[in-house]
Design a binder for this molecule. Structure first.
Ligand SMILES: *Cc1c(COP(=O)(O)O)cnc(C)c1O
Length: 367
C-alpha cells in the first residue's frame, strides 16, 4: 500500500530529538510564550526574510489576525471587499467573512490553479481594499500585475502561505512578497508540527505589535487590554519541534521538486491535465501534486484497488459549501471543473523510487 502521505515516516527521523526537547520543556514549566517560541519566531523571520514573525495557534487564526489587525489600525473597515481565489481551501475565505469583510471570489488560471492575474483588475471596485493571494498547492502566486494593482489602487496584499513555505519569486520568499502573510504548520503541511500551529510574517512594525496583542487577549502588556482580542498562541512544544524541522525544510522541498519533475516527465502528455514545470523551479514547493481527470472518482477507486492511495483537494468548491450559501448562485466554471476533476497523487519527501515508479505505472495503465 502506498500511502498518500506517510507522516510517521516524515516525523520518525526527528523522534529522538523531539523527545529530548519535550523533556527539557516539561522541566522548564514554561509551556507557552517562552524561549522556544521566541527562537522559532526569529528563525522563521530570518528564513522568510521578513522583519517580524509571530507564532499563533493555527493558519486560520494567522489569516484572521492579519485582517483584524488592519481593522484595529483603521486600514480596513467592515464591508470592505477583499479579492480572494475561488479555488482555495475554505479557511482563506472564512478569515474574511469572520471579520465582517466581503470576499470577492476570483477564478483561477486553468493550468496553474492559482489566481488568474490578468483577470484581477476586473474585480476591483471602489470598496476593494486588499487582495488575498493563495500560493496554492505550493506554487507562488505572484507577478508584476499584483505590484501594479497594489500601487494603482492602494491595496494591501495579504498572502495565504499555508501551502508554500520555502517557495520563492525572483529571490524573495513567499511570505515576504506582500504586506503580511499567514503560515500554517498543520501536520500535513510542508513544515508540519505535531498539532496545530501557525504564524504571521510582516515588515510592518505596527501591524506586528497589534497582532501580537490581539493573539493574547488584546493585551500588549500584562493586565492592559487595548483590543477585544483572542487567545491564539503557539505553544513551546510545537515551536521547538518546528525549529528542528525548519533546518531541513529546503532539503525536503528539494526532494518534493525531484518527485514532481519525475511525475511530470512521465505523465505528460497523457489524458491527465498536469501542471507544467515552472521555468524557475524555486517558485514551486509541490505541497500537493494535483492532476485533473474527467473521471476522477473512478480513477481514484481503481488506483486504490492497486494499493495507491490518493486524495482530493478539494471535493467541493467553497462557494458550494452550506456555510457560504450566499455565494452558491455565482458561476465559477474553472473553479468548479477543478474541484470536480482534481486528484492529488502521493507526494512527500520520504516516498521511495520504487513507490514513485509504481504510482506512475499504476496511473498510466488506467488512463
Ligand atoms: C491549511 C490551510 C489553511 C488553514 O491552516 P490551519 O492551520 O489548518 O488553520 C489556510 N489556507 C490554506 C490554503 C491551507 O491549506
Amino acid at each position: 500500500m502506498i500511502k498518500f502521505l506517510d507522516l510517521q515516516k516524515v516525523n520518525q527521523p526527528y523522534a529522538n530529538q523531539m523527545a529530548e526537547v519535550a523533556a527539557r520543556i516539561i522541566g522548564s514549566e514554561n509551556y507557552l510564550q517562552g524561549e522556544s517560541t521566541h527562537k522559532f519566531e526569529k528563525e522563521l523571520s530570518a528564513y522568510i526574510g521578513s522583519s517580524y514573525a509571530i507564532g499563533v495557534g493555527n493558519g486560520l487564526d494567522a489569516l484572521r489576525l492579519i485582517l483584524k489587525g488592519y481593522i484595529e489600525l483603521g486600514q480596513l473597515q467592515e464591508g470592505d471587499e477583499i479579492i480572494v481565489p475561488a479555488n482555495t481551501y475554505i479557511a482563506t475565505i472564512l478569515a474574511i467573512t469572520s471579520n465582517g469583510l466581503k470576499p470577492v471570489l476570483a477564478e483561477p488560471h486553468p493550468l496553474t490553479f492559482n489566481l488568474d492575474l490578468e483577470k484581477l483588475e476586473g474585480h476591483i471596485t471602489a470598496r476593494t481594499k486588499a487582495i488575498m493571494v493563495v500560493h496554492l498547492y505550493g506554487q507562488a502566486c505572484w507577478g508584476p500585475e499584483i505590484e501594479q494593482l497594489k500601487t494603482k489602487y492602494g491595496l494591501k496584499i495579504i498572502e495565504d502561505n499555508a501551502q508554500a513555505i520555502g517557495a520563492e519569486w525572483e529571490g524573495t520568499k513567499t511570505g515576504a512578497l506582500g504586506d503580511a502573510a499567514a503560515f500554517s504548520f498543520y501536520p500535513t503541511k510542508n513544515l508540519g508540527a505535531l498539532g496545530d500551529a501557525g504564524a504571521v510574517a510582516t515588515n510592518d512594525k505596527k501591524l506586528a505589535s497589534t497582532i501580537r496583542a490581539l493573539a493574547n487577549y488584546g493585551s500588549p502588556e500584562k493586565n492592559v487590554h487595548v483590543y477585544k482580542g483572542y487567545n491564539s498562541r503557539m505553544d513551546e512544544l510545537q515551536a521547538a519541534f518546528l525549529s528542528l524541522k525548519l533546518a531541513d525544510l529546503d532539503k525536503a522541498n528539494q526532494k518534493r521538486r525531484e518527485i514532481a519533475t519525475t511525475y511530470i516527465k512521465h505523465l505528460s502528455p497523457t489524458p491527465l491535465t498536469v501542471q507544467s514545470l515552472p521555468s524557475q523551479p524555486q517558485t514551486h514547493v509541490w505541497h500537493l501534486f494535483v492532476v485533473l481527470h474527467p473521471e476522477r472518482d473512478r480513477l481514484r477507486r481503481l488506483l486504490l484497488d492497486k494499493g495507491i492511495e490518493t486524495a482530493i483537494h478539494y471535493p467541493t468548491p467553497p462557494h458550494w459549501q452550506p456555510a457560504l450559501s450566499e455565494y452558491k448562485h455565482i458561476s465559477l466554471p474553472i473553479t468548479e471543473k477543478i474541484h470536480q476533476q482534481a486528484l492529488s497523487l502521493p507526494l512527500h519527501p520520504e516516498l521511495t523510487k520504487e513507490e514513485i515508479e509504481m504510482v506512475i505505472s499504476g496511473v498510466k495503465k488506467l488512463i
